[in-house]
Design a protein around this ligand. Structure first.
Ligand code: B12
Length: 225
């Protein structure tokens, strides 16, 4: 059980079949497959395939919605397993996470949140369609160390810049490290808008969050000398 299972997982997303997707996830756990492997090698490639088919007009919005439903069904089985590790680790930092204003894609952002939680971060997920003002309020309320902005549309990517500007205006920019991600986002874009880092996928986002926390504590200890 592995290559054939990953292929079946991928197909369950393409077919938009939540029951099959969830059942394969259950079976994979029973067989001892790592949940992150199932996500990265099974379900996410299915999502990429759906995205390509949509772009080629061979699949349409209802198909994409059915695929998202299948992905959610698989994640509802895998999520608790992915999170389990988090309770056994010391707190790594506080993260406020959200999909930017105008954008309702949430699957990748939720996955990043799950893995950050699994690695000891305290995560406050603001959901989708989040404005700079909402990010700012949550940073204050939660005393956040990091924020993570997700954006899946080329049109909403620009919101990431707007949100950085809002944080600057509200005097919060130096208080938090900013991570950005989402399919159209690049390292170059992150630099251009003045973010602190870009995460290509959920696993690299965890490494990024840890390294940004280290940068922040190094800076704080230099300032205290
Ligand atoms: C599923 C999906 C939907 C679902 C979303 C359901 C949901 N609840 O999330 C629905 C059907 C609602 C949808 C709607 C639309 N969609 Co859509 N969608 C997708 C699809 C197929 C998959 C996205 C996904 O979940 N991927 C899987 C996850 C795991 O990957 P990910 O999101 O990239 O996240 C990873 C990394 O990017 C990174 N990451 C993500 N966020 C963050 C945040 C931080 C801080 C960090 C560090 C890292 C990070 O880590 C994640 C995990 O590894 C993509 C195709 C694609 N290839 O992306 C199109 C896609 C994004 N959609 C697209 C479009 C056009 C739309 C619509 C405009 C369609 C329409 N005509 O209405 C609407 C937009 C609505 C809106 N205002 O937001 C286009 C965007 C094109 C563009 N250039 O902008 C795409 C690329 C499809 C295509 N090829 O044309 N969509």
């Amino acid at each position: 059980m592995s290559d054939a299972t990953f292929a079946a997982m991928r197909q369950s997303i393409i077919d938009g079949a939540p029951e099959t997707a969830a059942e394969l996830a259950q079976q994979s756990l029973l067989a001892g497959l790592l949940p992150l492997d199932s996500v990265n090698l099974g379900y996410v490639p299915g999502m990429h395939c759906v995205g390509e088919e949509f772009a080629q007009r061979r699949m349409f919005l209802p198909d994409m919605m059915a695929s998202a439903e299948a992905m959610r069904a698989a994640m509802s089985v895998l999520d608790p397993e992915l999170r389990r590790l988090g309770t056994e680790r010391p707190r790594a930092g506080v993260v406020v996470l959200g999909t930017v204003k105008g954008d309702i894609h949430e699957i990748g952002k939720c996955l990043v949140g799950t893995l950050l939680t699994a690695h000891g971060f305290e995560v406050y997920d603001l959901g989708v369609d989040v404005s700079g003002e909402k990010f700012a309020a949550a940073i204050r309320e939660r005393n956040a160390d990091l924020i993570g902005m997700s954006s899946l549309l080329t049109t909403t990517m620009k919101q990431q810049r707007t949100i950085v500007e809002v944080l600057e205006k509200e005097g919060l920019r130096s208080r938090v490290k900013i991570m950005v991600g989402g399919a159209p986002v690049t390292r170059q874009w992150a630099q251009e808008i003045g973010a602190d880092g870009y995460g290509k996928d959920a696993a690299t986002s965890v490494a990024l969050a840890h390294s940004l926390m280290e940068d922040a504590s190094r800076l704080a200890s230099m300032e205290n000398r």
